[in-house]
Write a protein that binds this ligand. Structure first.
Ligand code: AMP
Ligand code: MG
Length: 424
């Protein structure tokens, strides 16, 4: 831990809200406690989706590579236009995209030109086909045009040698297209980080096993699987580990030997058996935090041997909230991504329902962002907000983030909204 403060952090049993960490403080401590992994590999462009660039990319070519027409129309010499903006020009040929016109366009002449076709020698302006009258083999231009209008200059998007993308950028669909547009079939990306995760709890059963009274199916490993898979990391699902000192110790040792990051769910809340804490304290340097947030109050963070460790709460909604608010930004930093990722953006939106709340904790209530009949963006509450009710995540499409000190929020108030899905 780089901040070296974990051992003095509020312990698991603290009940006083005053000793709890704010969401911002927890985020800062986590951010300063993780570092980007080193190591890169060169991979094929198609395999690079979601990965983080490990080099600045300079364009080896001009984009566009040739000066070309932005519209379907006629290319001509601008000096031909009379002061009134009119001209009568003879059509001497055609340029298609990928099939240029080889000749020279002289005064009094023009060629028919398609979008993307190279502008021939002599011509300097293109008029849209909608703005000409065609008579026999002549066109009449009746509109004023600026010199160079409707023409895209070679290198106007990217000049040869210009930096197209910088190291630390995540490769998403626009970047795949951009890299292809400059002819690059391979890129150097950071190595994938390895993330091992397991669930703890004697009550947990895996899919396919019968459940009896007091037992539940393990769902956290599935939400974690989903959230991690979207991140282009290597994942290792270690299953359910019993609430047993030796089993837990063995799992932590194995996980920390094989992974850069270990994520667990369950076992860090008040009232859970103490050996998780004891075992972890013997193996690493870990803070057991109470965070002033709802859901997701207990969280353990630190290092187990060489690996970064996140001990998430057991409740299914708490797992998702703490993952998105703390773990994902930390993983992105470890992956080598620079800058804030778009998923953390919040927007101010008017709410149309009441949000129940007491001061003391930042709340991440599940809500629906939509448009009302007049087209205005509004946000409304979903049903029950218990931290065990996973359906509240599925029915919502955003969090409404209510600040730590705020009371209940009445309809009509502007609130902070964090959408679940970005476009890319
Ligand atoms: P814990 O933090 O271990 O005390 O767990 C808090 C609550 O979350 C309890 O009701 C657990 O049964 C539940 N829980 C813990 N782990 C899981 C899991 N992997 N899947 C579903 N529920 C869980
Ligand atoms: Mg438990």
């Amino acid at each position: 831990m780089s901040d070296g403060k974990t051992s003095s952090l509020p312990a698991c049993g603290d009940k006083q809200a005053a000793s709890a960490l704010s969401v911002d403080e927890a985020r800062k401590r986590i951010e300063s406690g993780v570092n980007p992994v080193s190591g890169a590999e060169k991979i094929a462009l198609r395999s690079a989706l979601g990965r983080i660039l490990d080099e600045d990319i300079r364009s080896p070519i001009n984009v566009p590579s040739h000066t070309n027409s932005a519209v379907d129309g006629y290319a001509f010499v601008h000096a031909d236009l009379a002061a009134a903006g009119t001209a009568a020009l003879r059509v001497i040929g055609t340029a298609w995209a990928g099939r240029p016109f080889d000749g020279h366009v002289h005064a009094g002449e023009c060629i028919r030109i398609m979008t993307g076709a190279a502008v021939p020698a002599g011509a300097d302006t293109v008029v849209m086909q909608e703005n000409v009258r065609i008579e026999n083999n002549m066109i009449r231009i009746g509109t004023a045009l600026k010199e160079g209008e409707n023409i895209r200059a070679a290198g106007e998007d990217l000049a040869t040698g210009q930096v197209a993308l910088t190291s630390g950028k995540q490769i998403m669909p626009p970047e795949l297209g951009l890299l292809a547009s400059i002819g690059l079939g391979e890129v150097s990306v950071r190595r994938r980080i390895r993330v091992a995760f397991f669930s703890t709890g004697d009550e947990l059963r895996s899919i396919g096993q019968p459940i009896t009274e007091g037992q539940i199916y393990d769902s956290n490993r599935y939400t974690l699987y989903g959230m991690l898979t979207r991140l282009a990391v290597d994942i290792q699902d270690m299953g359910v580990i019993r609430d047993d000192r030796d089993a837990i110790k063995k799992a932590f040792i194995e996980a920390s030997e094989n992974a850069d990051v270990v994520i667990t769910s369950g076992g860090v809340s008040v009232g859970e058996a103490d050996y998780v804490k004891e075992t972890l304290e013997a193996l690493g340097e870990i803070g057991f935090w109470q965070i002033a947030m709802k859901p997701g109050r207990p969280l353990a963070f630190g290092r187990v041997r060489g690996a970064t460790f996140f001990g998430l709460p057991g409740n299914p909604v708490s797992v998702m909230v703490t993952f998105y608010q703390f773990v994902e930004p930390a993983l992105r930093r470890m992956m080598g991504q620079t800058g804030t990722h778009a998923g953390m953006m919040t927007y101010k939106v008017r709410c149309i329902s009441r949000f129940q709340k007491r001061p003391g904790r930042t709340e991440f209530q599940r809500a629906v962002l939509e448009r009302d009949v007049s087209g205005d963006l509004i946000v409304r509450a979903t049903g029950k907000q218990g931290s065990g009710i996973l359906r509240s995540m599925s029915e919502a499409n955003c969090f409404v983030i209510l600040p730590q000190d705020s009371n209940a929020v009445e309809p009509g108030t502007i609130v902070d909204v964090q959408p679940f899905y970005g476009m890319l």
